[in-house]
Design a protein around this ligand. Structure first.
Ligand code: SAM
Length: 211
């Protein structure tokens, strides 16, 4: 299977390692079979998913601003996952759960019926070389799978700083029978975006609704 990431063994701090060991039991989700998200959070509330949270800052900001929603974050990056766990504990957030793994597997194996009310995909790896374009997450087959897990009227917010990927995203989303283009809401600035801004990169945001 073609993955949208390579296993980066980025430097992990002692604090992040400790967080992965001690805080995972509190906020981490161990994936076995189909998840019932209301049971996982212990309440019935809107369920929002951030795909590829990186260091997790945006997810924490969103969860703090909207205590009435429940937030799931998924990434494969261990240092970032440790960092996010530390932030959740520090802010004493009760509406965030963390998943470590590939979102494609998660959507296929651990969710069944439409249960996601909002999905965020901020600055997915652009895979800029043409021969790597097949690794990009936003593809017709991925959007079909994601749409199957999204409730009617739910939203999909995606952003990139890579123009060619932005064009590709538009092609895929406009061709999808499952999504309708809508007005872009405000969102927090992400870590990755801040670095791009310093380098003078443009940013393209798209916002769609599940029909
Ligand atoms: C360029 S970073 C952006 C991080 C963050 N959203 C930001 O804007 O600062 C992309 C992130 O997506 C994660 N990622 C890539 N493919 C993924 C997948 N299939 N499932 C989960 N996470 C993935 C990477 O590990 C990385 O942390």
């Amino acid at each position: 299977m073609i993955r949208s990431f390579t296993r980066r063994n980025g430097r992990i701090t002692a604090g992040q390692e400790r967080a992965l060991a001690s805080l995972w039991p509190h906020y981490g989700v161990n994936l076995e079979g189909i998840l019932d998200l209301n049971t996982l959070f212990g309440r019935s509330a809107e369920k929002h998913l951030e795909i590829g949270f990186g260091m997790g800052d945006t997810l924490v900001t969103m969860a703090q601003s909207h205590p009435e929603h429940d937030y799931l974050g998924i990434d494969v990056y261990r240092p970032g996952t440790g960092h996010l766990l530390l932030q959740i504990a520090e802010a004493q957030l009760t509406n965030v759960r963390v998943i470590s793994g590939d979102v494609v597997d998660f959507l296929q194996d651990n969710l069944s019926s439409p249960c996601l009310d909002a999905v965020y995909l901020f600055f997915p790896d652009p895979w800029s070389k043409k021969r790597h374009h097949k690794r990009r997450l936003v593809q017709a087959h991925f959007m079909t799978l994601l749409a199957q897990r999204m409730t009617s009227g739910s939203s999909f917010h995606v952003a990139t700083d890579w123009e060619n990927y932005a064009e590709h995203m538009l092609d895929v989303l406009d061709a999808s029978p499952d999504f309708i283009k809508s007005t872009i809401p405000k969102r927090p600035l992400t870590k990755f975006e801040q670095r791009g801004r310093r380098l003078g990169h443009g940013v393209w945001d798209f916002f769609y609704q599940r029909n």
